[in-house]
Design a protein around this ligand. Structure first.
Ligand code: URC
Length: 318
């Protein structure tokens, strides 16, 4: 027993599902989040000597999440809501020094009706399985009056495919090579990306209940970290480059995506893409005397679920 030591502790509530409607008269806005709240602090004794007096119950973390979803004016912005939640928790509990708030925003887009695409005031559609992601770390370890935060946002599971405009040749040919060079192929990936904002300092709440939250400079609408607009631009840039690039490889297309994200978003310090290459293999129909394998005649493909390539890179501001 004496040869072991507790070196790291973090605990909390995962998969807190919460939906919020914000009513502006007839006009509603909605968000649905999956939230994870993890805490670090002076909690070692809960592990080593079963001392629950230092434990904020994970059930309470769930309740705090629901309460903040009810009262936070920042609920519609995943970044600002996560910062508000983390700031409240580290300010409210003296022995909790860091809060790690992770949040996924599910898509609920407003339904557009009729020939004019008339936006419906309170009806929404799940128009994609991709989720916006936010990871926030609120750090009070330098003191409750010196809060700082790191914010990383992203997109996960954005599934795309192009049936032209993608080639792959010039790669190493040796005794292990069976892949053919192609001028044209099906390219599909499920985009996973994260982008990081510069670290920021936060103003500590001054009210008794520690519920006040002042949006950090830059994170308000129109600021360099205006997360709503950054998220929209990053998604648009990724889809634009995917569609428009005459792809020489996943690597080369990925780099162009990253360059555009950095160029268009002054507040973004770096962006990391993880792109699986989801292979679509032309079916060999020689058995029936049909050419389905030369690129011009390849029309029937087998989508291969495994293995896939996996291409990743981080593009940073110089
Ligand atoms: O775009 C690609 N990059 C690779 O590194 C690679 N490797 C492979 O087999 N196919 C591909 N395609």
């Amino acid at each position: 027993m004496s040869e072991s030591v507790l070196t790291n502790t973090r605990y909390g509530k995962d998969l807190v599902r919460v939906f919020r409607v914000v009513r502006d008269g007839e006009f509603h806005q909605v968000v649905e989040y999956n939230v994870s709240v993890l805490l670090e602090g002076d909690i070692e004794t809960s592990y080593t000597v079963a001392d629950n007096s230092v434990v904020v119950a994970t059930d309470s973390m769930k309740n705090i999440t629901y309460y903040l979803a009810k009262i936070s004016p920042h609920i519609l912005s995943p970044e600002r809501f996560a910062l508000h939640l983390g700031t409240h928790i580290v300010s409210r509990y003296a022995h909790i020094h860091r809060a790690f708030i992770t949040l996924e925003r599910l898509r609920w887009s407003r339904i557009a009706l009729g020939a004019n695409d008339h936006p419906h005031p309170h009806s929404f559609i799940r128009d994609g399985n991709d989720r916006q992601t936010v990871e926030v770390e609120v750090d009070a370890s330098a003191g409750k009056d010196k809060l700082s935060a790191k914010v990383t946002s992203g997109i996960t599971d954005l599934l795309v495919l192009k049936s032209g405009g993608s080639a792959f040749h010039g790669f190493i040919h040796d005794e292990y090579t069976t892949l053919r060079e192609v001028d044209d192929r099906v390219l599909s990936t499920s985009v996973d990306l994260t982008y990081t904002f510069a670290p920021l300092s936060l103003i500590s709440p001054t009210d008794d209940k520690k519920l006040d939250f002042i949006v950090p400079e830059g994170f308000a609408l129109g600021g360099v970290w205006d997360a709503v607009n950054v998220a929209t631009r990053v998604r648009t840039a990724t889809l634009d480059i995917f569609a428009l690039d005459s792809s020489a490889s996943v690597q080369a297309t990925l780099f162009k995506m990253g360059q555009r994200v950095i160029a268009e978003n002054a507040g973004v310090a770096s962006v990391t893409y993880k792109l699986p290459n989801k292979h679509y293999i032309p079916v060999d129909m020689k058995y029936i005397g049909v050419d389905n394998t030369t690129p011009a005649n390849a029309e029937v493909f087998v989508p291969v679920s495994a293995p896939s390539g996996l291409i990743s890179a981080t593009i940073s501001r110089k």
